[in-house]
Design a protein around this ligand. Structure first.
Ligand code: NAG
Ligand code: NAG
Length: 260
């Protein structure tokens, strides 16, 4: 894994943090109350990412969960963000896009929080790093419509490989799968290359091919990694502004997982 790829992820995370600045959240919100806050976060990320590659994906995912579900900040938070007073496991399933969602559902869920088709395609690009599990794909491989069939939208050669070497039975829930095989630690265009070959792991990946609009946004990304990084960061910024609590709204949790 090249240091360049980590640099990219770091830059993206940084942009995500800094980018959440707008009329309400502020850059340097903690400048007076905790001047070292941002430095501490950065130092932590710097020290831990090289030892724990999956942390990069987790970081992006954290940002994603945190913004879609009313929830609390962790150490990568846009400054000034406060915690919600409600924390329900069920909320996660209500508002959050899932691997089994189709394009209509995905666009609806994104639309509900002010994100559009471009954001959907770009944020899906985060699947260039990290892993999924057989549980999320077993129905596509073994029982797509309940008749013991395979998802016709999944490349059949790829499906065969997955069934032979990874998810050997429908009962396998836990085997880890690269979402961007061969370059899961590199933030690059690999994910979109897989998607256009109908090798996206999830239904939510293949969904991007289901409309001419989303298809062409995928094709645009493939033209330039640099442009993809810039656009991806913009969508991360946009996501960072979803459901933000500021001022006296909500609270500051003593333990991030629980309401005080
Ligand atoms: C997408 O999924 C929703 C919810 O499962 C379903 O109601 C809808 O018919 C599906 N749309 C398409 C185009 O398959
Ligand atoms: C496939 O799905 C159908 C319908 O949900 C279910 O009845 C059947 O048990 C499933 N088959 C397996 C092997 O899980």
């Amino acid at each position: 894994m090249g240091s360049q790829s980590w640099l990219n992820v770091l830059i993206i995370c940084l942009i995500a943090i800094i980018g959440a600045t707008h009329a309400e959240l502020q850059l340097g919100f903690y400048a007076k109350s905790c001047p070292k806050a941002e430095k501490i976060v950065l130092k932590y990320v710097h020290e831990h990412i090289p030892n724990a590659p999956s942390l990069a994906a987790a970081l992006i995912r954290l940002h994603f969960h945190d913004c879609f579900v009313r929830g609390g900040p962790y150490w990568n938070v846009p400054t000034g963000r406060r915690d919600g007073l409600i924390s329900k496991a069920a909320d996660v399933f209500l508002g959050l896009p899932a691997p089994f969602h189709n394009l209509t559902t995905l666009l609806t869920l994104f639309g509900n929080v002010g994100l559009d088709a471009t954001d959907l395609v770009l944020l899906s690009g985060a699947h260039t790093i990290g892993i999924g599990h057989c549980a999320s794909v077993s129905n596509r491989l073994y029982n797509f419509t309940g008749k013991g069939d395979q998802d016709p939208d999944l490349d059949s050669k790829y499906a065969k490989t997955l069934k032979t070497f990874k998810c050997k039975s429908i009962n396998d829930q836990t085997t880890a799968l690269e979402m961007d095989p061969g370059s899961r630690n590199t933030f690059d265009l690999g994910y979109y290359k897989q998607v256009v070959k109908r090798r996206g792991l999830f239904q939510s990946d293949v969904a991007l091919l289901k409309s001419s609009t989303t298809r062409s946004i995928v094709a645009q990304q493939l033209q330039s990694p640099e442009k993809f990084f810039v656009e991806f960061a913009k969508s991360m910024e946009k996501m960072g502004r979803i459901n933000v609590k500021i001022g006296t709204e909500g609270e500051i949790r003593k333990h991030c997982a629980f309401v005080n």
